[in-house]
Design a protein around this ligand. Sequence first.
Ligand SMILES: *Cc1c(COP(=O)(O)O)cnc(C)c1O
Length: 247
Amino acid sequence: MTAVDLQENIRRVKENIAAAAREAGRDPGEVTLVAATKTQTDETIRAAIAAGVTVCGENRVQELVAHLDHDAYGTAGLHFIGHLQTNKVKYVVGRVDLIESVDSLRLLEAIEVRAAGLDRVQDILLQVNIGREETKSGVPPEEAEALAQKALELSHVRLRGLMAIPPAARSAGSGHFFREMKQLFVDIKQKIDDNKSDFNCLSMGMSGDYPDAVRAGATHVRVGSAIFGPRLPKGVAGDMTSFLGGY
Ligand SMILES: *Cc1c(COP(=O)(O)O)cnc(C)c1O
């Protein structure tokens, strides 16, 4: 570890989360910090956990598998937060606590099949493309409820809520996207909620905008660079994606 003071960064992020929660009249304990660990080494992940990270979020299958092989996450919780191809479902289902990024019926069904084969129930979130961006994964907001209803029909998938990556904060900020997500979350919860109190996770907010997300009602924020510092560009020595392959 070099210049990055993980302990200080994590302390500050948690403090900002707590302050934003209190501003919104929320209990800071309702918000979980998910450390987005992409491109980080086993050692850095272990150090972050020692410094107070309780949940890690991985968005690349090959990194997830490598870190699991090296037992880098220890007892920390583990979420998959990246785009998941159906042919890679087998590397993820049953190995993470929550798959945050389910964005199609096809993926949902592949997770169900794999979880059934393992005799497990996989917790999932549906990813919503709240900004309707062509470059981003996620179902359009108006299709989220139908996919939620499908998820509820499956016995090896437990629908826990919604996730979103809004457009990068512009001058106006991402606040209105977060508020739209919160409204969608409440609407869907109301429609599906016959004692389904399992539907209680709203994952949104990253390094640039997590206080706004918390103020709007996020239960999970996914923070990378504010904890670990800026990421190396892909392919630079030290980026493990350049030598790992095959997944
Ligand atoms: C990398 C990543 C984050 C965190 O991004 P930062 O801007 O570094 O905080 C959050 N969510 C997802 C899905 C990511 O891939």
